[in-house]
Design a protein around this ligand. Structure first.
Ligand code: ADP
Length: 270
């Protein structure tokens, strides 16, 4: 920090002069460092499922005479490849988000519908664990933004709440609106997160318990994606939690202000 990185090129100008070209590369170098770091992380993280898949394939091959073993290895192979697929998808999403700062091409998004759909898409895993998802609160004004990205963010939070909670618990989705902000909170009765960890869980690939996260099918990128999506919409995401008492993740987004969209967009025109 505080260092400036300059590329200098020297060109002779006749016999008596030289031309010095100085190019400020500070910002570019910083962006490159972030990207290289990301690539290094990604390569490391992808190695685990890839080598698991290759080992399992060998194991299946070697267990050809044992149908029970084949069945067991195949189930694990399926799980690892699903995890690899989820990871690749999250990596693509995150690298796309890291490259941009703010959502420029947005629309008026009905956040109530987005919440309903995000809940709906998590119905199956919730039912499997007999987790009840309860949505409460009044209907919200539209926000300006990218519907798919907002959907991804809310889905990730609900998905985490379900994955980290025990069977038979309740996941609550609360919505409210005040001071020009809409607030969506996802509350679970899971294990909770200690204060130290709360600062770190939004970092990419950070997991409190890597083994547990792996078992539950996590990629370590979900919250990082949530953070980027919300930031790109001019909002913020926070967590409240106490170990043993569950967690609440809250997303705050600015509501759509008059004039934020061209008038014809509201009337459904081109
Ligand atoms: P993952 O794919 O591992 O779930 P995330 O980025 O979504 O990755 O979350 C990072 C870590 O934060 C998780 O590995 C987990 O340790 C913790 N975490 C996230 N959501 C919850 C939750 N609702 N309850 C408890 N811990 C959570």
């Amino acid at each position: 920090q505080g260092t400036m990185i300059v590329h200098v090129r020297v060109a002779p100008l006749g016999d008596d002069y030289i031309l010095l070209l100085a190019d400020d590369r500070t910002e570019i170098t910083r962006t490159e460092a972030i990207r290289n770091d990301f690539v290094a992380n990604v390569s490391h993280e992808l190695k685990t499922p890839v080598s698991a898949i290759s080992l399992l394939s060998e194991a299946i091959d070697g267990a050809a005479d044992d149908p029970v073993a084949v069945h067991r290895f195949t189930a694990r192979l399926y799980k690892e490849s699903a995890r690899l697929g989820a990871m690749v998808q999250d990596i693509i999403e995150l690298s796309r988000l890291q490259g941009t700062n703010i959502v420029v091409e947005g629309e008026a998004v009905d956040i109530n519908a987005v919440i309903a759909e995000a809940v709906d898409r998590n119905k199956l895993p919730a039912e499997e664990k007999q987790i009840n998802i309860s949505v409460g609160g009044k209907s919200l004004d539209p926000v300006f933004g990218d519907r798919d990205l907002l959907m991804t963010a809310l889905r990730n939070l609900i998905d985490n709440a379900i994955r980290y909670s025990g069977p038979g618990t309740t996941v609550g989705v609360g919505i409210r609106q005040r001071d020009g902000l809409i607030q969506v909170s996802v509350t679970d009765q899971g294990p909770g997160i200690s204060a130290d960890e709360q600062d770190r869980i939004f970092e990419r690939f950070y997991r409190v318990d890597a083994a547990r996260s792996r078992q539950t099918g996590g990629t370590g990128l979900g919250l990082s994606i949530v953070k980027h999506v919300v930031a790109n919409h001019g909002g913020e995401v926070t967590v409240w939690s106490q170990p043993g008492q569950g967690s609440t993740f809250t997303v705050r987004l600015p509501i759509l202000e008059d004039g934020q969209l061209p008038a014809e967009d509201f009337s459904g025109g081109s």
